[in-house]
Design a protein around this ligand. Structure first.
Ligand code: IPM
Ligand code: MN
Length: 354
């Protein structure tokens, strides 16, 4: 008998519960086939709970979740809760408290999936963004002074220390080596304007690369140019590493080139701790309960979770099943797939089990 994994499922808001249910279905199919087992425990963190209790996350949450092997998150965001409260109170708080300092976001176009990039196909769009996930502008350091007056000042600081930068860069170098494709790591920064923060990143990038990763080629792009090349020549990229804010922005651009939020998955990873895997789209309230939302992003997130747990064969089998099903779908968009949410989940699970 293989290992048994304890997975905390945080279905969250809107369509989150629908997509996580399909991801869990696929996890069980993969477990059955690949000789391990999965035991899930649900947590009700999200907008409904917040409206009921006035608390986004109990103080014990991070500690409780540390007892699990991994976390699977649906979506956070509720139409009756002011933007920022749940995002900061649940998603960002868990990323910080669990020190999930890597946000891993593959940008991969699967067969039969439509991309807005002219003349580009699956052979051109296949790279991974390593986004630093606990620092930078997201630390929330800053404030107002003279608020409400014409002299009002607002400051929000991009903060990085060497250790944060270094651990993220080392993860990215290791990942590039393990991926074993073009063996090229591109740093995405803005050294022409953010002359402190990205100077630190750039120096660390070359120092670490030269000393410990001579087999990995290093490239540098400003963030604005990165966006341009992600559209014009996505085939140039293998692995891109960047800070938190730029990573947030460029991965939405990447997501749309791979077919949109229905398919894009992300992993919040603490290489020494517990990770949280999620579809990178939102809670899509208008589609809630209609069985029309695309569960593939959540399913791909579950595959990334298995990969991170070391169940590489199972992760590959899920991806292979996804690649067999995408050509049969009309679109990746909610309500336009040609199948229901549960049908897509069933098809992937059948593919994995067969
Ligand atoms: C993401 C999201 C979050 C982020 C929001 C919801 C706080 O956009 O995961 O990319 O900015 O990191
Ligand atoms: Mn984002």
């Amino acid at each position: 008998m293989g290992k048994s994994y304890r997975i905390a499922v945080l279905p969250g808001d809107g369509t989150g519960p629908e997509v996580t249910a399909e991801a869990v279905k696929v996890l069980h199919a993969a477990a059955g086939k690949h000789g391990f087992s999965v035991e899930t425990t649900e947590f009700d963190f999200g907008g409904e709970r917040y409206l009921r209790t006035g608390e986004a996350l109990p103080d014990s949450a991070a500690q409780d979740l540390r007892a699990f092997d991994a976390l699977l998150l649906g979506a956070i965001g509720h139409p009756d809760v002011k933007p920022g409260i749940l995002e900061k109170g649940i998603l960002l708080r868990l990323r910080f408290e669990l020190d999930q300092y890597i946000n891993l976001r593959p940008v991969k176009l699967y067969p039969g999936v439509e991309t807005p990039l002219k003349d580009k196909g699956p052979e051109d769009i296949d790279y991974v963004v390593v986004r630093e996930n606990t620092g930078g502008l997201y630390t929330g350091i800053g404030g107002f002074t003279m608020k409400g007056t014409e002299h009002e000042v607002a400051v929000q600081s991009m903060v990085y220390n060497r250790k944060q930068v270094e651990r993220c860069l080392r993860y990215a170098f290791d990942y590039t080596r393990k991926r074993n494709r073009k063996k090229t790591l591109a740093l995405c920064g803005k050294t022409n304007v953010l002359t402190y923060v990205y100077d630190l990143w750039e120096r660390a990038f070359h120092e670490i690369g030269e000393a410990d990763y001579p087999d990995i080629a290093r490239e540098y792009y400003h963030v604005d140019a990165t966006c341009m090349w992600m559209v014009k020549n996505p085939e140039w990229f293998d692995v891109i590493v960047t800070g938190n804010m730029f990573g947030d922005i460029i991965t939405d651009l990447g997501a749309i080139t791979q077919g949109g939020m229905g398919i894009a998955a992300g992993g919040n990873i603490n290489p020494e701790g517990v990770g949280m895997f999620e579809p990178i789209g939102g809670s899509a309230p208008k589609y809630t309960g209609k069985n029309v939302i695309n569960p593939l992003a959540a399913i791909c997130a579950a595959a990334m979770m298995l990969e991170t747990l070391g169940e590489t064969d199972a992760a590959k089998a899920i991806e292979a099943s996804v690649m067999a099903v995408t050509p049969t779908m009309k679109s990746m968009g909610a309500g336009k797939m040609g199948f229901s949410t549960t049908e897509v989940g069933d098809k992937i699970a059948e593919g994995v089990a067969s």
